[in-house]
Each structure stands twice: as C-alpha cells, then as structure tokens.
Design a protein around this ligand. Structure first.
Ligand code: ZN
Length: 72
C-alpha cells in the first residue's frame, strides 16, 4: 500500500459519495484530522485522517492550481 500524500488544495474522489451525490472533495487542511469541502455542494466536513485514507478512491492531482503553503 502506498502512503497517501495529502496536501491542501488536492482534490480526492471518495468511494462513498456525499449525501448530495458528489464524490469529489477538496482538501483544505491536513493534520491528524483532515478537513475537506465537497466540490458539488460546497459543504465542509472533518474526517479522521485514517478514515479518509481508507475512503479515498483516487487522488486527482491539480496542476492548474499550484498548492499554497498550508497552515497546520
Ligand atoms: Zn456535497
């Protein structure tokens, strides 16, 4: 299993869709918990990093927006 490298501004596709039906989430904060925003409805949620890593289906690298310095 590769180690997941999560960074603020990364976008991820989760196995479980959000209640709104969206599967793409944008990471806004990484720590022992990770805060993500649903790209479809704009709601945010906080997940344990371990749970999020298990829930991630795919990391969508975002080359158009270089990541800014994350505040942790
Ligand atoms: Zn949503």
């Amino acid at each position: 299993m590769p180690i997941l490298q999560l960074h603020p501004e990364d976008r991820v596709q989760l196995k479980k869709p959000h209640p709104c039906g969206g599967k793409i989430f944008r990471i806004v904060r990484v720590g022992s918990e990770v805060r993500v925003i649903c790209e479809t409805c704009g709601r945010d949620m906080t997940l344990d990093r371990i749970k999020l890593e298990k829930a991630i289906k795919q990391i969508l690298t975002n080359t158009t927006n270089p990541p800014e310095k994350g505040e942790i």
